[in-house]
Design a protein around this ligand. Structure first.
Ligand code: ATP
Length: 612
């Protein structure tokens, strides 16, 4: 175990002769950061008092290992996020972040990478496949061949010691995958694939056993020695980990209590009158001091220290000539890959994911076959004789439409399940929102909606003995598909709008029940209160029910011993327009509902808050 050998400035490059960087990483400086949020009272947003998260925080982080430490809630992650441009810029009331003396702009996303605390990876893919996904989307295919990318993945796997688990799946709730340490290394690998010179990590050792944590820090240390600037928040590391730090930023209640060489921190506190007992872990000692009775004075003492004066002077020099106020974050960088290339890669991953995680598709198919058989048996070979010909047909159609709409409730999980993954990948520049939206929709629609509906329609239609003409069957299937897709697109809209299943279930059940009531089967729409009856215009049930009814009744003759009833007469008594346009207007309306809901779902997906 070696003691840290750092210079006063905290720059290993400047002070440690052992440190020989090949290409020095960027220097990150931040001056006078004030970050605050309005606390919410839970009922409506931004109503409470202002909460100050960072108070006048300044510092300089150079190539090497830059740790941000402090008690829980002290603002470590917030500082890291503000520097990395991940925190909502609206909260940054004052201050600037500079990279190599320049204002932070869209280039930050290209030269830096951010490893989030909860390893966000696709669980059904192996370590290698996840890395390949990252390399495919984040290296320009015009400059890197497929072989170059494979080579890059191989070298990352070797560098991170992931050879033994390269072909093991990451793991899902149903599938035991790689270990926590391997997962973390894979997450780091996902970001290292672009060879960033600046790497941010949010608590990279949290949740890992001490050996694995040591391994991760050694890995980061090795990377820092190849010229990278590594900035990370960390809670309470053991000594062997602490000894790897070059620069330490110690925080308490949003203020700095120390920033400088990690190796000088103990003597700084000794000078202030705090003594670390022999064998005590320095990081435990620092947390004890910052949590102690005199914690308020520590920030004041730090401001009066020579370390702080030196940082301020250097920052003044760096920021000289730059405008004051808030440093520009939040601009979007261009993607390195084209829309169609992203569609191929992201769509490919969706397909693999669906094939390896087919429970939803199987359940959807089984449900549709079950209900098709059930409705087929209940309404088996409906006769043309009155009165059952009319009653059974209308009953069967209502049953079918209910099944088409409510049978797709599983669609509400679409954008909720992978919300964290989407936010992380999208804000890290992997792919466009439109690419994710389209590939997700198609990966869900084909296996989970279209195929089951086709099977459902074929079984139910012929078991019920409806109009034998093949075109009538095709029109029936088209109507069922549109009804189902309209229900699904409403579920997609809800799914893109909320982040919890409980909320989604409430929001989707309500409109479905309303639409069912205004579908024209449970209540006669002509006898309704006029100010309520407009709801029939947005009822998926009504359009579906009218279309299948016209399709079945038009041209059919129903009879009893004494009466003959043409289908058209029945349609007229129900007030249903059975002209060609009268039939197709239902499909146009359903297509309109689908389009509006899909467009709104896409807009909602774009509006998801990506800031931390
Ligand atoms: N967007 C936000 N809205 C409201 N409060 C926030 C927000 N972001 C951070 N905070 C608050 O700011 C304080 C600092 O949070 P931060 O996550 O930076 O602390 P931390 O030092 O990383 O803590 P921990 O070690 O527990 O993760 C906390 O009290 C937190 O609740």
């Amino acid at each position: 175990m070696s003691k840290p050998q750092n210079g006063e400035s905290g720059s290993p490059a400047a002070d440690d002769p052992e440190v020989m960087f090949q290409v020095p990483g960027p220097t990150v400086s931040f001056s006078r950061l004030h970050y605050s949020v309005m606390e919410s009272n839970g009922l409506c947003h931004k109503t409470g008092p202002e909460k100050h998260i960072l108070r006048d925080v300044s510092g300089i982080m150079r190539p090497g290992m830059n740790a941000i430490m402090g008690p829980t809630g002290s603002g470590k992650t917030s500082l890291l996020d503000v520097i990395a441009g991940r925190k909502d810029p609206a909260g940054l009331k004052f201050g600037q972040v500079l990279i190599d003396g320049k204002m932070v702009d869209s280039d930050l996303r290209l030269i830096s990478a951010y490893v989030v605390q909860d390893d966000i990876l696709m669980g059904t893919l192996s370590v290698r496949e996840n890395l390949l996904f990252s390399v495919n989307l984040r290296l320009d295919p015009r400059h890197y061949s497929a072989a170059d990318k494979q080579q890059r993945v191989d070298s990352i796997i070797d560098d991170l010691g992931l050879q033994d688990c390269a072909h093991t799946k990451i793991g899902t709730e149903f599938l035991r995958g790689v270990s926590g340490g391997e997962r973390k290394r894979c997450s780091i690998g996902m970001e290292l694939i672009t060879s960033p010179r600046l790497l941010f990590l949010d608590e990279p050792t949290t949740g890992l056993d001490s050996n694995t944590a040591n391994h991760i820090i050694n890995l980061l240390h090795r990377l820092s020695r190849s010229g990278k600037t590594i900035v990370f928040s960390i809670h309470q590391p053991r000594y062997s980990i602490f000894s790897r730090f070059d620069h330490l930023t110690l925080m308490h209640r949003g203020e700095l209590v120390y920033a400088g060489a990690a190796g000088k921190a103990l003597s700084y506190f000794t000078d202030l009158g705090y003594h670390c007992e022999p064998f005590n872990n320095p990081s435990d000692f620092f947390l004890d001091v910052t949590n102690g009775e005199a914690h308020n004075l520590l920030a004041v003492s730090y401001r009066q220290s020579t370390q702080y004066q030196r940082v301020v002077e250097e920052l003044d020099h760096l920021t000289h000539g730059l405008e004051g106020g808030v440093g520009g974050q939040g601009q979007k960088a261009d993607y390195v890959t084209s829309f169609w290339y992203q569609m191929r890669v992201v769509g490919g991953r969706m397909v693999v994911n669906s094939l390896r995680n087919p429970q939803t598709s199987y359940a959807q198919l089984a449900l549709n076959i079950f209900f098709a058989l059930l409705v087929g048996l209940i309404y088996y070979q409906i006769p043309l004789t009155l009165p059952e010909a009319l009653q059974n047909r209308m009953g069967a159609f209502f049953f079918l439409i209910i099944n088409m709409v409510f049978g797709n409730l599983s669609a509400v999980e679409l954008f909720i399940n992978e919300r964290a993954l989407f936010i992380h990948e999208n804000s890290s520049g992997y792919y466009r929102t439109s690419v994710y939206f389209l590939s997700k929709i198609f990966a869900d629609l084909i296996p989970n909606r279209i195929v089951p509906i086709l099977i459902f329609s074929a079984i139910a239609y012929y078991m019920m003995g409806l109009k034998p003409a093949f075109t009538a069957f095709l029109l029936f299937t088209l109507t069922m598909s549109l009804v189902s897709l309209a229900g699904v697109s409403l579920a997609f809209l809800v799914s893109a709008s909320v982040s919890s299943f409980a909320m989604a279930n409430v929001l989707i059940a309500l409109p479905f029940v309303f639409m069912m009531v205004f579908g024209g089967f449970l209540v006669n729409l002509n006898s309704m209160l006029s100010w309520l009856s407009w709801l029939k215009w947005i009822s998926i049930f009504r359009y579906g029910l009218e279309a299948v009814t016209i399709n079945e009744f038009k041209g059919q003759i129903f009879y009893s011993n004494t009466t003959i009833l043409p289908g058209e007469v029945y349609l007229e008594t129900q007030g249903i327009d059975y002209s060609t346009w009268g039939f197709w207007q239902n499909h146009v309306a359903l297509a309109g509902i689908i389009t509006v809901c899909m467009v709104l779902a896409y807009i909602q997906l774009r509006r998801i808050n990506r800031w931390k």
